[in-house]
Design a protein around this ligand. Structure first.
Ligand SMILES: Cc1ncc(COP(=O)(O)O)c(C=O)c1O
Length: 440
């Protein structure tokens, strides 16, 4: 294997180093991630250290909306690196950060116009919680309770994981904020049906409550519960939540870390229902995952309320690399590619095509359901064991997939938005073969 220093190393030496020193995220110690040692990628394909080719149905960390080694994104990164890698936004500014904040505002309704940059979805979520609770204290009210889905996933920091009831994020310090968690009132595969809408909204009504002394600071949801099991919410859900938040006078925070930048078949999933959140958190696709970056975009009135902060008259929050110039340059190039290549509509079309092709697999002994939103397609297996077997067999056949859901029984297919007809055909063929292997 060719390494950075151009020495030739055996793949086993590379793996041995990995096994000895690298701590793999979200991984049981008994599982050896060094087996899938990726070396390079191009478009929606990646190659491992042995030269084996895969279709990447995982977009790296569900982020590579433009695929791998995109020449324009990599050139923009190199240009910015050679000019100015970063300048701290708490001391001055850098041009790409302002350009990107303006660009995000151009996609959103006029009041949703102010963006704070951080480095990950989890940090974006933490910042959103600080902003929401601070907003109420700037108005002279003490509100900190959050209403959210029990199956929601908002990140791995102590604050963000504290909102979720997913077993994988359980932690002794898991409730820094008071939380009312809404259980799904129907089975995950029934949640997308119009009949689920009143049940879901009733559950949120009960969670919001009507005690003026105990109103929540915000309702906080993902428009598609990805880690929670690929749960598609019924049409009208987000607009119903918006109406309820307006009626109760509370904030609506949308976590679009996964769904934004085309994944949902729209630039932002909330645009499917013309819903305007008070706070919008985005990440992953923003830079296509080439450089860590997340954005927290808020309504102008929320931003202005920070003038009343008693200590500095502004937000007391930020990171060394908030608004990193290279990250912002990568994001601007990613957005150029999304727009020029019409990748948002492309994702909508190919997501539909993939779901239509896979739909006949549902209601068998192995597959309970096929569903999804945009270019995020979920194959719900009848057990976690079968889901793992499908992942393993698909990988052998050259297709990388992910497992999702509280029991890990859902298989997620979320390739780069640059996928084409040939790529969709290969995904379908390799998945069908993997399923046949598992059934056979
Ligand atoms: C909806 C959602 N929110 C937040 C996060 C956390 O983002 P990060 O892993 O960048 O911290 C994720 C990551 O998967 C996510 O899907």
């Amino acid at each position: 294997m060719q390494t950075e220093s151009d020495t030739i190393e055996s793949i086993e030496a590379v793996r041995a180093r990995d096994r000895s020193h690298l701590w793999h995220t979200w991984t049981p110690l008994t599982v050896d991630r060094s087996e899938l040692m990726l070396h390079h990628g191009a478009g929606y394909r990646v190659w491992d250290a042995d030269g084996k080719e895969y279709i990447d149905g995982t977009s790296s960390a569900l982020s590579a909306v433009c695929g791998y080694a995109h020449p324009e994104v990599t050139a923009a990164i190199a240009r910015q690196l050679g000019r100015l890698h970063h300048f701290d936004l708490s001391r001055g500014s850098n041009e790409p950060a302002g350009l990107l904040a303006e660009r995000l505002a151009s996609y959103l309704p006029p009041d949703l116009s102010r963006t704070l940059f951080v480095n990950s979805g989890s940090e974006g979520f933490d910042a959103a919680m600080l902003i929401a609770t601070s907003y109420w204290s700037h108005l002279g009210m003490s509100r900190s309770r959050m209403v959210t889905f029990a199956l929601g996933y908002h990140g791995s920091t102590l604050l963000s994981r504290g909102l979720s009831a997913l077993p994988r994020v359980a932690h002794p310090f898991r409730a820094p904020l008071p939380v009312t968690r809404v259980e799904l009132p129907v089975a995950p595969r029934e949640a997308r049906a119009p009949a689920a809408l009143p049940l879901l909204l009733d559950a949120f009504d009960r969670a919001i409550g009507d005690d003026p002394a105990d109103l929540p600071a915000a309702v906080v949801v993902e428009p598609f519960l990805n880690v929670g099991g690929g749960i598609v919410l019924p049409p009208g859900f987000l607009s119903g939540l918006r109406e309820r938040c307006d009626a109760a006078g509370i904030l609506l925070v949308l976590d679009e870390v996964f769904t934004a930048y085309g994944r949902s078949g729209r630039m932002f999933a909330c645009q499917r229902e013309d819903v305007e959140p008070d706070i919008l958190i985005t990440s992953k696709g923003l830079t296509s995952g080439y450089v860590p970056l997340a954005a927290v975009t808020v309504q102008q009135r929320i931003y202005e309320s920070f003038g009343r902060d008693p200590v500095i008259g502004g937000i007391r929050y930020g990171h060394t690399n908030s608004g990193h110039a290279v990250g912002c340059a990568a994001a601007l190039a990613t957005l150029d590619v999304l727009e020029r290549d019409n990748l948002v509509a492309h994702a909508d079309y190919f997501g539909d095509r993939l779901r239509t092709r896979l739909a006949p697999l549902a209601n068998t002994e192995e597959v309970a359901d096929v569903r999804g939103l945009g270019l995020a397609v979920i194959v719900e297996m009848t057990s976690a064991e079968k889901a793992q077997q499908v992942l393993d067999r698909a990988q052998e056949r050259g297709l990388l997939l992910r497992r999702q859901g509280p029991q890990g029984h859902c298989v997620l297919i979320a390739p780069p938005l640059t996928i084409d007809i040939e790529g969709v055909d290969l995904i379908v063929a390799r998945l069908e073969q993997a399923l046949a292997d598992v059934a056979g």
